[in-house]
Design a protein around this ligand. Structure first.
Ligand code: DQA
Length: 142
């Protein structure tokens, strides 16, 4: 049984109303409760969190290292430029813990600035483009 931290970055709390043609119609609360149930079905515990703050996200990655918990993270826009978040993500994988980067959309099929991820190089793996099922695929990977 893994106790998984499922971390979500900025603007993901607005799922459902934010660009539903890209991110779908499920709101954040529905997503969180679906993921809890899905993790439980697979014998895991999930702790699903969202923040708009880079600092809080980094603190949660430090917490994952200290508590030895695997991480699923949708870093949202921080994906594309936050070296501070990349350094914190690297601490997780260097500690021998899985860190899976997920995206609801396929950033490579979108604007050019979304094509670069500063997180992918330090992640265990990346799952993108499967809508909110990207998170479920990541739970299965763990
Ligand atoms: C996203 C893709 C990012 O480019 C964007 O900034 C997000 C969401 C996704 O899940 O598809 O906020 O991470």
């Amino acid at each position: 049984m893994a106790s998984i931290l499922v971390l979500n970055g900025p603007n993901l709390g607005r799922l459902g109303s934010r660009e539903p043609e890209i991110y779908g119609s499920m709101n954040y609360e529905q997503l969180a409760s679906e993921l809890l149930a899905f993790a439980e079905k697979h014998g895991h515990k999930a702790d699903v969190r969202q923040t708009d703050s880079e600092s809080e996200l980094i603190g949660w990655l430090h917490e994952a290292v200290d508590a030895k918990r695997p991480v699923i993270i949708n870093p949202a826009a921080f994906t594309h430029y936050s070296y501070a978040l990349a350094d914190a993500a690297s601490l997780v994988t260097k500690a021998g813990l899985k860190l899976i980067e997920v995206h609801i959309s396929n950033p490579h099929a979108r604007e050019e600035f979304r094509h670069k991820s500063v997180i992918s190089a330090v992640a265990t793996g990346v799952i993108a483009g499967f809508g909110t099922d990207s998170y479920k695929l990541a739970i299965q990977a763990i």
